[in-house]
Design a protein around this ligand. Structure first.
Ligand SMILES: Nc1ncnc2c1ncn2[C@@H]1O[C@H](COP(=O)(O)OP(=O)(O)OP(=O)(O)O)[C@@H](O)[C@H]1O
Length: 295
């Protein structure tokens, strides 16, 4: 699918949120949309999914089946989980046994069985998010668009998101996912699109490229915000640890200083243990003593 010269503003005389966006993502490709809060990530995703229409330009070659997972599942609806998913299956064009099978499959896979007869407004945020994920997958999507899919999910469900994305890609689907926390380190093959000042640029993939490890100290009270900001800027958080007193400052090591200075092993360890990332980010960022956390 392609966004050709797409511009978007929400009101006729309002500010442009996105300007001249030209992006093409092919079958079997995943792209992660990065950017600060309010940068325009959700807007870009909604344009791709067809929830919003461009003010200028066009979206072309959108696959016929689109799975759309909004950042916040609209749980204020008087249906049970089972009834809602069955209805969404019908909306997606599934009929009879095919709809029942799809609902059963995703309810079981996402651990929703015991919530089948529970009404949506009574669900916790995380469980409601899983229902939002399930409805997008009832028919195998040619395009899966996920807005911050990790938000509010429990650890098990978080693990299943990259798995599900991998399956959609393996079936030739296209995946677009926004991530202000940098959790998409779990999608190593994905392209990275950065939204800044209304424009979208593609970041060079760091796959295979040398990385450097920078140690920095931040005030404990501002840890969560600092971690979020660094991730939003596309940096990988390898580890967070607490110090009773600020550690002594060290000087930057020149890139030519050899393996211990270039951080080659740090990059490898980040790639080797990314699954710890984010699941505990909120925990490690809370005030109070925290164990050393690998990320
Ligand atoms: N329905 C709307 N009407 C008017 N302005 C909107 C609307 N939705 C979003 N905006 C504005 O568009 C800009 C981009 O918002 P968007 O939600 O796309 O950002 P985002 O990068 O997804 O942010 P976040 O990470 O906080 O979800 C913001 O300035 C926001 O206030």
């Amino acid at each position: 699918m392609r966004l050709d010269g797409v511009w978007l503003r929400y009101h006729r005389h309002g500010p442009w949120v996105l300007r001249q966006v030209d992006v093409a993502i092919g079958p079997g490709e995943a792209a992660v949309v990065l950017g600060r809060n309010g940068a325009g990530k959700s807007t870009l995703l909604q344009l791709a999914a067809g929830v919003l229409r461009p003010s200028r330009g066009r979206v072309a070659d959108r696959p016929p089946v689109v799975g759309w997972v909004p950042e916040r599942f609209p749980a204020d609806q008087p249906f049970t989980v089972g009834a809602y998913l069955s209805a969404m299956g019908r909306v997606a064009g599934l009929r009879g046994p095919a709809a029942d099978r799809a609902v059963r499959h995703w309810v079981e896979r996402l651990g929703l069985t015991r919530f089948h007869d529970v009404r949506l407004p009574r669900l916790s945020k995380g469980t409601a998010q899983k229902v939002g994920l399930a409805q997008a997958l009832l028919r195998p999507p040619g395009l899966l668009v996920l807005d911050e899919p990790w938000e509010g999910l429990d650890a098990t469900a978080r693990e299943s998101v990259p798995e599900i994305i991998g399956e959609v890609l393996a079936d030739g689907g296209t995946v677009l996912v926004s991530d202000h926390r940098g959790e998409t380190v779990r999608l190593p093959g994905a392209r990275h699109l950065s939204v800044t000042d209304g424009t979208v640029t593609e970041e060079a993939s760091s796959g295979g490229a040398a990385v450097a490890v920078v140690e920095l100290a931040v005030p404990a009270a501002g840890l969560a915000a600092a971690v979020a900001r660094l991730r939003a800027d596309g940096h990988q958080i390898l580890r967070v640890r607490e110090h009773a007193v600020p550690p002594p400052a060290t000087h930057p090591v020149p890139a030519s200083a050899g393996p211990s200075g270039t951080g080659g092993s740090g990059g490898a360890s980040a790639a080797g243990s990314p699954d710890q990332a984010g699941a505990e980010a909120g925990d490690s960022a809370r005030p109070g003593p925290a164990p050393e956390v690998a990320r």
